[in-house]
Write a protein that binds this ligand. Structure first.
Ligand code: DGL
Length: 271
């Protein structure tokens, strides 16, 4: 006999090309402490940001299908700017009853914060070249100057915990963007437009200085997810997390421990 569906606690699915989406999962767990989450790190098929759209779309579809059929998720958070940019409209059309929340570079919060009206934006090449990103920038025309920088290799270096490379790439890319600071003409706000980049915040702050505000979208996405949920988990029992990866399990386990103080085994996913 099957269990009463009204009593089953359905988890929220979350995915990214790798460990980057853990920065969003951290915000989700803080906002929704009683919800269960199933997180997929698609590290075996990363990086998304330097691959063609067809690859990202195919991976997004396969992961969504798996989360729906095997985990019966009640909502999906695409914790990846690149996958959101190229696949969210397709996933929404294919799963019209599933609440799907995406993440996009935090340009609007950056406009609200910036005094110099000069805003740096670090993203993957895939996000930067997408129609969705272009529309976002155009919607804010005249409100600020955006200095957009594709950051090839940075998500991958973060994924592989290669600190030397992370520091070198952050130095190179911030150097290419121009002067940071709070004086006229300087970049006073830096958007981390890839969910991996918050894990390089410490290095970025050293490079751009403490006056420059780094902005990501983890917390707004978590609040938006709460608003979109049709049913909330009952309060009382803390939510559980299941972590899955198509890549190296130990790397995801280490990242979850380091960034979320989350100690749970990581299962290998073959999709
Ligand atoms: N973390 C992803 C994003 O927000 C992509 C990183 C990658 O795989 O290139 O875009």
């Amino acid at each position: 006999m099957g269990s009463d569906p009204r009593l089953v606690k359905h988890p929220i699915g979350v995915f990214d090309s790798g460990i980057g989406g853990l920065s969003v999962l951290r915000a989700l767990r803080a906002e929704l402490p009683f919800e269960d989450f199933v997180y997929v790190a698609d590290s075996g098929h990363a990086p998304y940001g330097e691959r063609d759209d067809a690859h990202v779309i195919e991976r997004s579809r396969a992961i969504t299908r798996h989360l729906l059929t095997q985990h019966h998720i009640k909502a999906l958070v695409i914790a990846c700017n690149t996958a959101t940019a190229v696949a969210i409209h397709l996933l929404r059309a294919e799963h019209p009853t599933l609440p799907i929340i995406g993440v996009e570079p935090a340009l609007k919060p950056a406009v609200a914060h910036s005094q110099t009206r000069r805003i740096g934006v670090m993203t993957t090449r895939g996000t930067l070249g997408s129609a969705k990103f272009r529309t976002l920038v155009e919607s804010l025309a005249g409100q600020a100057d955006f200095v957009c920088q594709p950051c090839d290799g940075l998500a991958d270096a973060i994924e592989h915990e290669d600190t030397t490379k992370i520091i070198a790439l952050c130095a190179y890319y911030t150097g290419a963007m121009g002067q940071f600071g709070i004086k006229n003409g300087q970049i006073d706000t830096l958007v981390l437009g890839c969910t991996h980049y918050p894990f390089a915040s410490e290095h970025l702050t050293k490079l751009v200085g403490p006056d420059v505000q780094l902005i990501d979208n983890g917390e707004p996405v978590a609040r938006q997810t709460r608003r979109r949920l049709q049913t909330l988990a009952p309060t009382g029992t803390p939510g559980q997390c299941v972590l899955l990866t198509t890549g190296e399990r130990e790397a995801v386990q280490r990242a979850a421990q380091r960034w979320l103080a989350l100690d749970c085994p990581v299962e290998l996913l073959l999709v």
